[in-house]
Design a protein around this ligand. Sequence first.
Ligand SMILES: Nc1ncnc2c1ncn2[C@@H]1O[C@H](COP(=O)(O)OP(=O)(O)O)[C@@H](O)[C@H]1O
Ligand SMILES: [Mg+2]
Length: 377
Amino acid sequence: MVTIHIEKVRKTFGEVVATDDVNMDLQDGKLSTLLGPSGCGKTTLLRLIAGFYEPDYGRIYFDDVDVTDIPPNERNTGMCFQNYALWPHMTVFDNIAYGLKMKRVDGKRYTKDAIIRRVNEALELVRMQGLGDRTPHQLSGGQQQRVALARALVIEPDVLLLDEPLSNLDAKLRNEMREEILRIQGELGITTVYVTHDQVEALSISDMVAVMDKGYIQQYGPPREIYAEPQTLFVADFIGKCTFFDGKIKSLGDFINVELNDGQVVSGRTPVEGYPFEIGEEVRCAVRPEDLFLTSTDPKNNEISGVVTQVVYIGSNVEVFFNVGETSAVASLPPDVNLFEGEKIDLYAPREDIMVLPLGGVDALRKIPGHPLYSQS
Ligand SMILES: Nc1ncnc2c1ncn2[C@@H]1O[C@H](COP(=O)(O)OP(=O)(O)O)[C@@H](O)[C@H]1O
Ligand SMILES: [Mg+2]
């Protein structure tokens, strides 16, 4: 098993910067996810780790070995591609055996018996025993995915790379395969990099999540931290739901007072430690629907007043949409509340739950001393 160290990696395609300034450690034996919208650079980063692309700048290490100039077949990684990429004319057995037949250990090839034994073990691992004689078109999508996984794992890689492995499966199969991947990853304890654009999938499966946008890592941390302590507006918006209120900083301290555009003043805290906020600075306050309440026991809680625009019953609770000045906000409230469109509503939010975030995305992170993206220029 290995830890993958990525240092200042950049990859461009002509004028397109696919990924830039990537600094991260993907920990030994853990499942780390690259999460972000289509085109943000996830596949590019995965391929850089596999060695299919060479970075324009920066280095990649497996433990303390610099692999940047080592070709993919010598990095001992197993990769599952988004479309499975099984060879249609080969049996399941031959698909899985292919990598083993190519592989040399100390210059020697595997014996026929060793290949048969290992392929059967891999089939067992993905619960496909007895299906080795089939061809891919005789398999369901989920089974094809299992074969792709077996093919990646049969060479006993140090690193498992999975590119949107569930995106071609229907919802039920997706949950089933997600459990399977977790089981296999746990059984083998293999360093795994998992790519997805689905935030629920990422939060539920990962030890660590890297949220990417436009080629940059916006935040890298455990799922709970990504949700509770978003470091950029993009992360707050992409993970879970948030209402954003624009305003200007009135005062700084343990809590930050922000005057919203409609004149209300709210008190919040920032999850972005070390960012040099200034009085008068334009910021955005983010609040999660579950952090708004109809009653308040603490006089320090914020009161936010608005007008109800829509009430949506979703069983366990109601989603109440309301306008605060020009801003459309949403609160998740108990299912028994009786609210009507057009009604004036006062909601309460604890100071801890109003997240004050700087404008400017990655550029704001560059202003934080000690941050991997910090720049003095
Ligand atoms: N081989 C390539 N040639 C040119 N542009 C590419 C190539 N691969 C990716 N890109 C561009 O790089 C950016 C990141 O792509 P990609 O890593 O595939 O994103 P994701 O996997 O997050 O959807 C996109 O703008 C994409 O169009
Ligand atoms: Mg991709």
